[in-house]
Design a protein around this ligand. Sequence first.
Ligand code: NDP
Ligand code: VSD
Length: 324
Amino acid sequence: MADPNLSFLALAILLPIFFLLFLKLIVRPRPIRIPIKSRHVFITGGSSGIGLALARQAAAEGARVTILARNLEKLEEAKASIRLSTGIDVAIISADVCDFEAVKEAVATAGPIDVLVCNQGVFVAQELENQEMKEIKGMIDVNLIGSFNLVKAALPGMKNRTDRKPVSIAFMSSQAGQVGIYGYTAYSASKFGLRGLAEALQQEVVADNIHVSLIFPPDTDTPGLVEENKRKPRLTSIIAASSGAMQADEVAKKALDGIKSGCFMVPCNLEGFLLSIATAGLSPQRSYLMAFVEVISAGLLRIAGLCFQWTWYGSIEKWHAQQK
Ligand SMILES: NC(=O)C1=CN([C@@H]2O[C@H](COP(=O)(O)OP(=O)(O)OC[C@H]3O[C@@H](n4cnc5c(N)ncnc54)[C@H](OP(=O)(O)O)[C@@H]3O)[C@@H](O)[C@H]2O)C=CC1
Ligand SMILES: CCCCCCCCCCCCCCCC(=O)[C@@H](N)CO
């Protein structure tokens, strides 16, 4: 008779291996690499913050870069600063993503796109009760509808490209697009919307060798954040501080690496990594190793999530008690 200890050991080793093999067999879509060297990377909101950092890094890696934003002066400044640090010229286009005709024209001018990064975004943190409908609609319009406009305008050209190489459509979400945060009703709704768009779109374009990425940064040091901080509810800052703050360059690096490796969900820091596993849901997963981690840690991370909610609701209670 076999030693029961040995059989147990064999089982403990074999089971995970079989499970990994099973996952390797079934994860879809299949893993992919998306080269950016000598390819056209089109970045909206590329005149400031994360978009500008992305444009600089993509240019430094040998991509042909176009940046789009509304303000022409800021675009010129961005172009000059990229030239100064890399010696490379990027193309600039002034357009409002909310204007579909203008977006179509911009895409036509820019030429066939290999990597579309919908990074433009506006954010004003405020309790829903105190926020004007104009501001709410503004966030949904720029962050969500603007991204629809971009995809609708760029997709025909991306599908009809002559080389069949893999191409990418990426959306700049936020950790506030993975979990609702006090003060971000409109902003979170706009960013959660991007997730629905991205998940459905990936199924629609996979046959065209088009790959979708969703990027989830925490608070990032950008001109936009400086502006946001001027009138942010105290509780928004307290809860958002659960995830560390990052530099635009660090976020851009994570984003670009995520896009190049075709990741669907792209976290940017450790908290973001945990958050992505905790909110994996039915999102596509190309990596069998990540799928393994997701399955194994699901229960534990739910407990961690509940603990975060416990501290957040604790802060909210405390804050209300102090207001009295
Ligand atoms: N900074 C942060 O803490 C975080 C940011 N994010 C997301 O990252 C993205 C970039 O943020 P960040 O770098 O901080 O933003 P910034 O405010 O620094 O820059 C925003 C960029 O978007 C452009 N933009 C804004 N509205 C429009 C529009 N209607 N049409 C075209 N372009 C537009 C701006 O140019 P112009 O005004 O000239 O049009 C600018 O280039 C956003 O989607 C944001 O939600 C996610 C998590 C954290
Ligand atoms: C189970 C494990 C959980 C891990 C920790 C979760 C921490 C969540 C913190 C969310 C922070 C949201 C910041 C949004 C930043 C942003 O988008 C604004 N600056 C506007 O641009």
